[in-house]
Design a protein around this ligand. Structure first.
Ligand SMILES: C[S@@+](CC[C@H](N)C(=O)[O-])C[C@H]1O[C@@H](n2cnc3c(N)ncnc32)[C@H](O)[C@@H]1O
Length: 379
């Protein structure tokens, strides 16, 4: 295996415990004498922390895994002759000869370090090493519970999603919970939610995944059947025309397109759902509607206008939720590196309402010259 491949494997599978880069080359112009590296979790993303020893000073730097890989390759090409990576799967010693030839010696992992790293590990809801039937069925994990390298982002996303659910599910203080997942797509998150509520929390639920696409509905129903998830069903339909007579306690809408998010939020409000969670996807509506001479210096640039319009859309959505008796927070869903559409609106039915919220809403619309707004029309 080449050094580049080794670094990609170690970083992407998040198995690094620590590393030491030492033995500087004579030709190196760096002022760093030695470097220690270790993974650190910043918000929702793993970074590699470099501890650089420069004279008497110790300097820290956090790089994302791709920057870290490039940096280490550069260092090992011209500045250092030795690197040791201690990982959960093995200890790897990298040696560079005078002629620049790279040799990698791998052996069994140092046991005590693996134990320390296990103790340090964040307690995720879905744990690596535990085979979950829905994750093995969906190809995220092997039968032994190892997360497949190319599915690691999905695994992290599912855990982050369940963490966000965990924070609010206590607001639905009842044994039976009916949930609609609008625009469920291939439904990885819907299966994760079912697993968490039924198999972890022992709740009695009914979950309906709705989508426009026949193929994803068929896939969802077949998968639910194979897994024995008998209170989970998938229906083909459009959010806007979907009706449910029975009480709905929780509405989910993750990356449903454009105004489909508004339709989901409006349905949730009309049903009086106790929890509503939505991550918008594309927000085109207001791009064609924002107009403000005094903000021309900002809005004349297409990309700023696009981003401002998207943020404005979500602020107006949040406000309408608040106006209808919800407490709303906007939280980061997954790392920006994977998608810019990463802010979740999480709304919980509440008795308290901010008195200024109607005024704020009108003011926002006035500033940006918005005459009408899809979600408002829907309510
Ligand atoms: C980007 S996918 C997201 C899938 C899933 N929620 C996730 O986050 O992994 C968006 C899905 O929303 C569905 N969708 C978009 N508009 C819809 C509508 N009006 N009614 C029902 N489904 C819709 C699409 O068919 C698509 O499968």
């Amino acid at each position: 295996m080449e050094l580049k491949e080794l670094l990609i494997e170690v970083f992407e599978s998040n198995t690094l415990i620590k590393g030491v880069i030492s033995n500087k080359t004579k030709a190196s112009k760096l002022d760093i004498n030695k470097i220690d590296i270790k993974p650190v979790l910043l918000k929702t993303e793993i970074f590699i922390q470099f501890t650089n020893y420069v004279g008497n000073q110790v300097l820290h730097e956090n790089l994302n895994i791709y920057e870290a890989k490039e940096r280490l390759l550069r260092y090992m090409e011209s500045d250092f002759k030795q690197m040791v990576l201690f990982t959960k799967d093995g200890d790897h010693q990298v040696l560079v000869s005078k002629k620049g030839k790279v040799k990698i010696i791998s052996k069994e992992p140092s046991k005590n370090l693996v134990e320390i790293s296990h103790n340090r590990q964040k307690q995720y809801i879905l744990k690596e090493g535990t085979p979950y039937s829905f994750l093995t069925y969906l190809g995220v994990m092997t039968e032994e519970g190892k997360v497949k390298q190319q599915r690691y982002d999905k695994f992290k996303q599912l855990n982050r999603y369940l963490e966000l659910v965990e924070d609010v599910v206590g607001n639905i203080d009842q044994d039976f919970i009916r949930i609609i997942d609008f625009g469920c797509g291939k439904a990885y998150l819907t299966f994760a939610l079912y697993h968490y509520l039924v198999e972890v929390l022992n709740k009695d639920v009914e979950i309906i995944g709705l989508d426009l696409k026949e193929n994803v509905i068929q896939f969802g129903n077949e998968t639910a059947k194979a897994l024995g998830y008998d209170k989970l069903k998938f229906l083909k339909g459009d959010i806007q025309s979907f009706n449910e007579e029975r009480p709905v306690d929780m509405v989910i809408s993750l990356h449903a397109c454009d105004t489909a998010t508004d339709d989901s939020l409006a349905k949730g409000i009309q049903w009086g759902a106790k929890v509503i969670m939505a991550v918008p996807c594309c927000q085109h509506e207001l791009f064609g509607k924002v107009k403000s001479d005094s903000l021309n210096g900002l809005l004349k640039y297409g990309i700023y206008k696009e981003r401002i319009s998207a943020l404005l859309t979500d602020a107006l959505r949040a406000s309408l939720l608040e106006q209808n008796g919800y407490k709303v927070d906007a939280v980061e869903f997954i790392s920006l590196e994977h998608t810019a559409k990463n802010i979740m609106l999480r709304a919980v039915k509440s008795d308290n309402q901010d008195k200024n919220v109607h005024e704020e809403y009108d003011k926002l619309k006035e500033i940006f010259g918005i005459k009408d707004f899809h979600m408002e029309r829907n309510l």
